[in-house]
Write a protein that binds this ligand. Sequence first.
Ligand SMILES: Nc1nc2c(c(=O)[nH]1)N[C@H]1C(S)=C(S)[C@@H](COP(=O)(O)OP(=O)(O)OC[C@H]3O[C@@H](n4cnc5c(=O)[nH]c(N)nc54)[C@H](O)[C@@H]3O)O[C@H]1N2
Ligand SMILES: Nc1nc2c(c(=O)[nH]1)N[C@H]1C(S)=C(S)[C@@H](COP(=O)(O)OP(=O)(O)OC[C@H]3O[C@@H](n4cnc5c(=O)[nH]c(N)nc54)[C@H](O)[C@@H]3O)O[C@H]1N2
Ligand code: SF4
Ligand SMILES: [Mo]
Length: 728
Amino acid sequence: MGNTATHCAYCALQCAMTLTADAGGRVTVGPRDFPTNRGGLCQKGWTAAELLTSPHRLTSPLLRDDRSAPFREASWDEALAVVAAAIHATQAEYGQDAVAVLGGGGLTNEKAYQLGKFARVALRTKNIDYNGRYCMSSAAAASNRAFGIDRGLPFPLPDLAETGAVLIAGGNVAETMPPFMQHLAPVVDRGGSLIVADPRRTATAERATLHLPVAPGTDLALALGLLHIAVADGHADRAYIHDRTTGFDAAWRAAAQWWPERVERVTGVSVQAQRATVAALAAGARGRGAVVLTARGAEQQSKGTDTVTALINLTLALGLPGRPSSGFGCITGQGNGQGGREHGQKADQLPGYRKIDDPAARAHVAGVWGVDPDDLPGPGPSAYELIESLGTDGGPRALLVHGTNLAVSSPRGRFVAERLAALDLLVVSDVVLSETAALADVVLPVTQWAEEDGTMTNLEGRVIRRRRAVAPPPGVRTELAVLTELADRLDCKAEFSDDPETVYDELRRASAGGVADYAGIGWDRIDAEGGVFWPCPTTGHPGTPRLFADGFPTPDGRARFVAVEHRPPAEDVDAEHPVYLTTGRILQQYQSGAQTRRIPALAAEPHVEIHPDLAGRSGLADGDLVRVVSRRGDAVGRVRLTTTIRPDTVFMPFHWGGEQAVNRVTNPALDPVSRMPEFKVCAVRLERVPREAHAAPTATRGRRPRRVVGPDRLPSGAKELAPHEPTD
Ligand SMILES: Nc1nc2c(c(=O)[nH]1)N[C@H]1C(S)=C(S)[C@@H](COP(=O)(O)OP(=O)(O)OC[C@H]3O[C@@H](n4cnc5c(=O)[nH]c(N)nc54)[C@H](O)[C@@H]3O)O[C@H]1N2
Ligand SMILES: Nc1nc2c(c(=O)[nH]1)N[C@H]1C(S)=C(S)[C@@H](COP(=O)(O)OP(=O)(O)OC[C@H]3O[C@@H](n4cnc5c(=O)[nH]c(N)nc54)[C@H](O)[C@@H]3O)O[C@H]1N2
Ligand code: SF4
Ligand SMILES: [Mo]
């Protein structure tokens, strides 16, 4: 097939690459120049092609009649007949909402759109949400209420390099998007400021001019304190506030109570560092510009929406949004985290970022779909609330999963496994036998990344092309084909297509007139221009690389300050659980690890970062195994001593399942607005695991790992740790 220009399989930076396929179907990855990655790739990108030919790849539908039985291989015809019959029977007995769907922010725009349509039109269920709820929802909610729009970055990434000061609250891009650092380095090299708020002195913080070692879950107090200093020290841009915003007075009243000494006591960030931060941002505002960015550290909290809001308030007070190389942005996470939240797989949403409870939106989309608006369901619950309701009285009895490994990535993992076990039917479409797929009744093998065409929308809001470089293995189908065939078997009269460009052109019509308007972005244009920024309402429109220069898409054209109050984490430390746990990512592994744990070159083991002082008090030495225990469960990892973390906090990455899944420990307390779980802070205690006791860790609970056919055990990369098993 020769060379194919496409983008990476993984994160929202969507680094450009050229795939070269040889006659035997082997694919090699080469970097490609693009404004976002400028020829850079990280380890995951370089090795992304390995999963195409991995022995772990699913190539046949798997079925079982009873969850204690092993899977057997089945034909597509049999598997889809079983799924359709079970959906029919479930809905006949319990109603339309008894079938639920969970989607993912890694799906192409076409797949995300078709999945939302399938749920609303073929299943007619309100119960659909997606894993972006765990990712972008707090930043999205805060951006929507402040700016009337939620697009991760308000400008192309290279604009960042031009600015004078950057504050990153809770993001570790040096590990999560390494080529992103190319846009931060020039800021520092020119004598500007890079400030990073993180409980850990991360690889990103090492490159910063100032590190704010904030206590987990206290960014809201910090943000209020920064606004306090900005206003008290006379840095507020009064003309901008007057001309371009509303609500300043109430926001200021809330921040007035957060004087620097009080903020220092709550956050651990010194008064001096707070002042230096504001001085740097204010200097930027007067000069080349200033940018505040958030990522999951500040957002994945039970007050994440208010935290992001408080940081947006700070940027508004400094007069930044809409000015060149200035403003607020959030760093989107998943490959299509941006597009995945625009086209209708979210519980409250229809394509084009429309609201499902807006009569005009319903009428427009129903028109495109050829159905009666009254037949469209209303809003459903958020991802975690949907999971909580599975198999309960009145809750869904069947679940279809597309592009999320929720058994590993959802908080309170053991409870999540119980809910999945309570279902009558679990159907998982995936490329590998993920922990979630291993719990299913039916597993459907679908195409991945380099085997399919489509579009993705990257962290800048730039719509780009994913291109097929190789044919999928025999036995694997595209998700568009699966949904089309299932819709047919469910006697759905609306049109579904397995051709991605046909689906995309329908998406354009469905999005026309919405906030995320793709109507003018045809594939031909993306191919010719390398990418087009939404909103882009007509084929003659240039697209919108930069937002807000002429106003905000709110009813009065002004940005809104929203007054917010600080509150502590949902669960604070106490005598029994005296240590904060925070969670996140490492460079080599991606998300639940379903893909990257199967790539030998990325092998890594679960570890727990601990400050030597805390380790000493807890009787732990470097290399020990430690059990991290909360009120909800426990997880085991290897002690890694480091002085780069706060002594009151431990950090564990979430890329593993079974006993190594930190999400057995995390707190599902939800943000009241975004319904984001509090992944970034809970209270734990640490227990040293004696080696001999760990030899049979799961047997102590009387459970044995389930055996499955196909690619069974995951390479955990940690020989002395328990072999991988589904989360119990
Ligand atoms: N290698 C790798 N890269 C990825 C991914 C991956 O799984 N692996 N996933 C992609 C996705 S979907 C996402 S969402 C992004 C996420 O990208 P990031 O947000 O950069 O990743 P995280 O490691 O989750 O969190 C960032 C930092 O938040 C810090 N933190 C923890 N608690 C707090 C807190 O209370 N306040 C503050 N200020 N900071 C805190 C952590 O110490 C961590 O260093 O990465 C994308 N890129
Ligand atoms: N403790 C803790 N938990 C977290 C986080 C954290 O920071 N801390 N971060 C949260 C965040 S930001 C995120 S984004 C979530 C992510 O968590 P998950 O949603 O579990 O993410 P992935 O591991 O990417 O899961 C994607 C699954 O889809 C499969 N897949 C890949 N491509 C396709 C496709 O095209 N179609 C289908 N059907 N399947 C496909 C992959 O093999 C994999 O099994 O985790 C959240 N959970
Ligand atoms: S930074 Fe993200 S998009 Fe770029 S190569 Fe790494 S995983 Fe892929
Ligand atoms: Mo994410």
